[in-house]
Design a protein around this ligand. Structure first.
Ligand SMILES: NC(=O)c1ccc[n+]([C@@H]2O[C@H](COP(=O)([O-])OP(=O)(O)OC[C@H]3O[C@@H](n4cnc5c(N)ncnc54)[C@H](OP(=O)(O)O)[C@@H]3O)[C@@H](O)[C@H]2O)c1
Length: 354
């Protein structure tokens, strides 16, 4: 058991938001990392963190809630920075911190499309972490760098797509997402707009869902990502579910596959993280559910402590080859847990000393 002095000091940016608070909850009992610095907007700087959190956050250990929120303009000491900032602030702040030598692991979209930045899902494309090498001279800070995790809907979708792409070759993906309220951050949509309703539009979301899977499932060739050769068509909707993004998916393959073969490939998925001892490793990465009315957010989003992606309703598609439903916890697999797993892989690969 490590003493606090042996643990890696971590700064959490955007600590007062939906993702930030989930990060703090997961970090409260993390065996490798300890929170030493927190920051949010200028509105929060100088305040006690506990005074700016929701009810669940205020119940976190005093070692966390008693920390004073810094300004993003301050210098940070923690070598590892976990960012849950809005994308527009992330663009400037994350680059500056990478330049100051920090390893920044980000939930924001600011650098996801950047050719030198890994868009990482450790149980899908761990080799993309090598892109960090391309950043060595980019920020001027020696050991600094930026790693991102995908959009919260893509985070679950791509775990289901990865083994299918490897086995059958994806040609096209048509996806409709049913995204939870917590995906919109604080304060989120007004209750009066959501109850008894579905909102068939989420700003900037469809573009991410159509673009990010191709980078994640792309190959790393001579130090650069070559995007995977399939197309994605996405419709993104907001539904009155608290946590857990559901996606209705249909896919066409290079080679036809029967529903039983799709089930088998998903069930046989072997995580490349097995044996690395990463504390947040999904156990398992994918759970295939046989009941005809699963997955459901309330029943299945917490599988594997929120890191398991559940897949069900696997069937023949009468337009493409196969249809299925994917569910993942947007705040854990889609954000805080994803960022922690990225940081853990970076540590295991020697990007940060333990
Ligand atoms: N929610 C999800 O499911 C999810 C999933 C994946 C990725 N993400 C991404 O993660 C990031 C955080 O999302 P969230 O849902 O946690 O959002 P959120 O609940 O709105 O929280 C935003 C956080 O950023 C701070 N902030 C807001 N405006 C700022 C500014 N101008 N300068 C500096 N800090 C500012 C807020 O601090 P104050 O309290 O001081 O305002 C708060 O700590 C976003 O980039 C989002 O796209 C979210």
């Amino acid at each position: 058991m490590k003493t606090p002095q042996d643990m890696i000091p971590v700064a959490v940016l955007g600590a007062t938001g939906m993702v930030g608070e989930q990060l703090l909850a997961l970090l409260a009992h993390h065996p490798w990392f300890r929170v030493v610095e927190v920051a949010a907007s200028d509105r929060s700087a100088g305040q006690r963190l506990g005074a700016r959190l929701g009810a669940a956050g205020r119940a976190l250990p005093s070692s966390i809630v008693e920390v004073t929120l810094k300004s993003l303009d301050d210098a940070f000491e923690a070598p590892l920075v976990l960012s849950a900032l809005p994308a527009d602030r992330a663009l400037e702040v994350e680059a500056r911190l990478a330049g100051a030598g920090h390893l920044v692991v980000s939930n924001a979209s600011a650098f996801r499309a950047d050719a030198q930045v890994p868009l990482l899902v450790p149980d899908v494309n761990p080799q993309h972490l090598d892109l960090l090498d391309a950043q060595r001279t980019r920020w001027g800070g020696g050991s600094g760098g930026i790693i991102t995790n995908p959009n919260c809907s893509v985070a679950g979708l791509v775990v289901a797509l990865a083994p299918l792409h490897q086995a059958f070759g994806l040609r096209s993906v048509v996806v409709t997402t049913l995204q939870a309220i917590s995906g919109a951050g604080r304060p989120g949509p007004a209750a009066g707009d959501l109850v008894d309703n579905i909102i068939p539009f989420i700003g900037n979301e469809e573009d991410k869902v159509e673009r990010e899977p191709r980078k994640i499932l792309g190959g790393l060739v001579d130090g650069a990502i070559v995007g995977a050769d399939f197309t994605v068509s996405a419709t993104c909707t907001r539904v009155p579910v608290l946590h857990g993004h559901t996606a209705s998916v249909s896919v066409a393959f290079q080679h036809d596959a029967k529903p039983q073969e799709v089930v088998q490939v998903l069930r046989d998925f072997a995580s490349p993280l097995t044996g690395l001892g990463l504390p947040t490793m999904p156990r398992p990465s994918i759970e295939v559910l046989d009941d005809e009315d699963r997955p459901q957010p309330r029943l299945d989003r917490d599988l594997g402590n929120g890191m398991t992606v559940s897949v069900g309703r696997i069937r023949r598609c009468s337009v493409q080859h196969a249809s299925f439903v994917v569910l993942s916890h947007n705040l854990i697999r889609g954000a805080a847990g994803a960022a922690l797993l990225n940081a853990e892989l970076a540590v295991a690969r020697g990007w940060l000393a333990r």
